[in-house]
Write a protein of this length. Structure first.
Length: 297
């Protein structure tokens, strides 16, 4: 009913056994590696990303018993991904959990399923895991991770939207991306962001609904007059002395530079018609082409 092996035996019968009856014992179970799994010199609990386009993304593999295996994506979320990126030495905020073997199906054992991390752990081994539930998983459910690659300090980008030139404004400080709080966020601030990104500063609009839950909030009270070439030339405060949640992330809608070419205030044109004599009415205002509402037209 009890057995003790040192691991080098060829058969369980070669191990020390105790045949005394015990009604309190439970049946033993095991998860074996498949025959084509190769052994490695990896350290127990180490993680790696495989199959991605860069070192910062890929299928998650974990080392157990000197063997690399995959993780089932049941319950896999961004908090788990944060821990993986932190363990690898990458930026932990902004990490994405990728499901459904997006980086290809692995081989060998599926070691874990239903991993639960709070997001504050230093390694994935510090999180709660389930090995037995991984038995029901297939490699089409291999979990993946996308970590944030280091950014150039001072850079600005628009993120979080499928719409062109529209989205959440993110800034790079200390080689990591973060967001801007929308306290006092206005069209002048938006115009400078668009100008810094190479878009037109005319027609820049502030928008909402592009919130982000995992990046740090870096800037608050950004105050531009609209003439600056970069937001770093505007006044602003760092977030340490403020409370700002991600529902207040600043976002912008920019316009392409070509929208404003060869346009003088008061000009009109007809666009989209079958001939030059018909079309949608557009008028130039602040060096930008815009349309006219049909009310009372």
């Amino acid at each position: 009913h009890s057995i003790q092996c040192i691991g080098t035996e060829d058969s369980l019968l070669d191990c020390v056994t105790n045949n005394e009856n015990s009604e309190s014992c439970s049946d033993a179970s095991v998860i074996c590696q498949v025959t084509f799994t190769s052994y490695s010199d990896c350290d127990e609990g180490a993680v790696r990303l495989v199959g991605g386009s860069s070192e910062y993304e890929g299928r998650l593999e974990v080392c157990r018993s000197q063997t690399w295996g995959t993780v089932c994506d049941n319950g896999w979320n961004y908090q788990d991904a944060h821990v993986v990126c932190r363990q690898l030495g990458y930026q932990d905020s902004g990490a994405s959990a990728i499901n459904n073997a997006a980086y290809g199906q692995g081989k060998g054992a599926i070691l874990y399923s239903n991993i639960y991390c709070s997001g504050n752990e230093l390694t994935l081994s510090d999180c709660s895991t389930s090995a037995t539930s991984a038995i029901t998983c297939g490699h089409w459910e291999d979990a993946g991770v996308r970590c944030q690659a280091p950014c150039q300090p001072g850079s600005v980008r628009i993120s979080g939207s499928s719409l062109p030139l529209t989205g959440r404004v993110e800034v790079c400080i200390n080689s990591t991306w973060g967001t801007i709080c929308d306290d006092f966020w206005d069209s002048e601030d938006a115009a400078v962001v668009c100008k810094q990104l190479g878009y037109s500063s005319e027609g820049a609009n502030i928008v909402t609904g592009y919130n982000e839950g995992s990046l740090k909030v870096y800037i608050n009270d950004l105050d531009c007059n609209g003439t600056e070439d970069s937001i770093w030339n505007c006044s602003y405060n760092t977030i340490q002395s403020y409370m700002c949640n991600h529902y207040g992330d600043a976002a912008v809608a920019c316009s392409a530079p070509s929208t404003y070419d060869n346009c003088s205030d008061g000009d009109i044109r007809l666009a989209g018609g079958a001939s030059p004599n018909e079309g949608r009415v557009e008028i130039c205002y602040n060096e930008a082409w815009g349309t006219v509402c049909y009310y009372s037209w």
